[in-house]
Design a binder for this molecule. Structure first.
Ligand code: Z5A
Ligand code: MG
Length: 220
């Protein structure tokens, strides 16, 4: 491959409901792009090993409790604490594959039965973070997800939350012009090919555009 060393990397985000296959597809995409000659790094949110990430991990596992707004801001802070290193990697030509990002951040918090925590409120602290060049939303029905095993034991892994999360993801991605909606109910291989096609077309666009942008307010 002949990628000029001056070319920046791409910021690729993979989003979706539980068991949509995000982590499996991130791994496949990483292998594919590496074969194509790209330098690739995989990161995931929540990043559970940082000081803030440890608080989040305890909360998700149910060993600690947090007020809804407070934990929301910790999830966001967990992205802000790595924002600089994301920018540096991209500038150095590394393509990042990110497993969950601000979209999960806004949607899971707004899905709670807390009338003071709207999608609009939840999006605010994300504004100014690195903006993905491409956002792949892995869409899956409740029925298909159920075939992939039962809910896990973590805090949000229950029917009520997942149903609300599904609705809010749809609301969010209907407004998001640069999101690709991928039918994640297909076989792993088939989904991987859809993702590769979407990412390849994004790379062609990137050739012409300049630097990494930042997330703005929610589109109406
Ligand atoms: N959260 C939040 O509230 N705020 C935030 O800001 C962020 C997150 C970033 C933990 O996330 C929780 O944090 C999550 C959102 C919240 N809450 N919930 N619920 P996490 O990323 O750590 O969750 P996870 O457990 O790693 O991911 P996941 O969503 O459950 O799974 P996945 O990565 O999408 O799927 P997978 O692990 O690749 O696959 C699941 C299984 O299905 C596995 O057995 C695969 O082999 C199988 N699979 C995958 N693809 C297929 C296909 N195509 N066919 C058949 N079987 C398949
Ligand atoms: Mg996962």
């Amino acid at each position: 491959a002949s990628h000029e060393s001056t070319r920046r990397g791409a910021l690729i985000v993979v989003e979706g409901l539980d068991r949509a296959g995000k982590s499996s597809q991130c791994e496949r995409l990483g292998d594919y792009l590496t074969e194509q000659g790209h330098s690739v790094k995989y990161i995931r949110f929540p990043a559970r090993t940082t000081p803030i990430g440890k608080l989040i991990d305890g909360y998700l596992r149910g060993s600690t409790n947090q007020e809804d707004h407070a934990i929301h801001l910790l999830f966001s802070a967990n992205r802000w604490e790595v924002a600089r290193s994301i920018e540096e990697d991209i500038a150095n030509g590394i393509t990042l594959i990110v497993d969950r990002y601000s979209y999960s951040g806004a949607v899971y918090s707004a899905a709670k039965a807390n009338p003071g925590l709207s999608l609009e409120w939840a999006w605010q602290p994300e504004i100014g973070l690195p903006r993905p060049d491409i956002c792949l939303f892995l869409s899956i029905s409740a029925e298909e997800a159920a075939k992939r095993g039962g809910f896990g034991a973590e805090r949000y892994e229950n029917e009520t939350m997942q149903t609300r999360v599904r609705e809010l993801f749809r609301t969010l991605f209907e407004r998001q012009e640069d999101a690709y909606i991928i039918d994640a109910g297909n076989s792993i291989e088939y989904v991987a090919q859809d993702i590769q096609a979407a990412v390849s077309s994004c790379f062609q666009r990137l050739g012409a555009t300049g630097s990494l942008r930042t997330l703005g307010p929610l589109a109406n």
